[in-house]
Design a protein around this ligand. Sequence first.
Ligand code: SF4
Length: 331
Amino acid sequence: MNNAQTLIEDLDTAQRARMKADDFDRSYNHAHDAAWVTKCKRRNCLMRLIPDLAEEIELDRYRIMEEGHRQEVLMREELQAAGTILWHPGRLEWEEYEAKVEPDDVITEQRGKPCKIVLDYKSSDPYIFRKAQRYKDFNDLLSSEFFWMGHYPSQMLMYGAKLGIQELLILFKDKSRGTKHAVEAVADDYKNYLFEILAGLKEVNALVAKNQAPKAVMTEHCTKCEFMSTYCFPDDDGTALADRTPRISDADMETKIKRYTEIKPFEKEAKSLWSEIKDFGDGSSVIIGNYLLKRAEILTTKDGTPKEIKEQYKVPNSYFRTTLKDLNRPL
Ligand code: SF4
């Protein structure tokens, strides 16, 4: 049992190390998240200006991504074994847009015929794959119920534009059964969308150069954003706290607040128990287990002013109330 536990812990540790090492250069725009410029340019600016504040990927999600990458390698091997000639362009820098693009492959020959098709592999679990099978073109992907799939077209269009290739193809694979499904597109059919993406990236670049980001506008996309609960912080009315609330660093106070939130949930239970404890017995001191319940009469005074007279002396008053909100659970 101990051996099994150790083995799994070692695997997790190694996977965590790979996850950390996988962190890629955030000083550039990346094709896979360029579509964010149509939803919130602030997010793309923040990703380049303060990447350390972006919510980290959880290990479970990283596992899925890693398995996906393995399937992608297998798909490449399968295609090559079937006689398809592939070229892997690697990671390309696109200075004009301060972007990095990394197409999976380009098909250069199919059944003996030369061609140029940008190819990206996507592996999915059976449920997602069944949904993906209904997609025929990029418009279907753009209106996909899965947020991340809506980002595939801009990614592919950027690959195509950088490489000067019109034909684009996404090859989906069902991870558990190996079934494939392809979605094809001709880049020119989506040129307006590509212009929108590239113009958005230019706006982001201009803002980043000035070390600025647009003001936050909270929308339905925020729940998918890495900065929602680390930087923007939606308020109860849906507006962002980030742009109107000063941010300070005080590790000591942060520790105290954290401790307070840990013990606060027990306050009600403690009060109710104390009320039972103090009324226990006949009112005389008693020892219970290791505890002494000590009773003593305390003489004191109380304000005996009649209520009607007290009312006459009431004056308007104001005070400040402080409440505490856990910004890691903002919604
Ligand atoms: S949380 Fe919302 S407003 Fe803030 S960067 Fe993300 S998408 Fe934009």
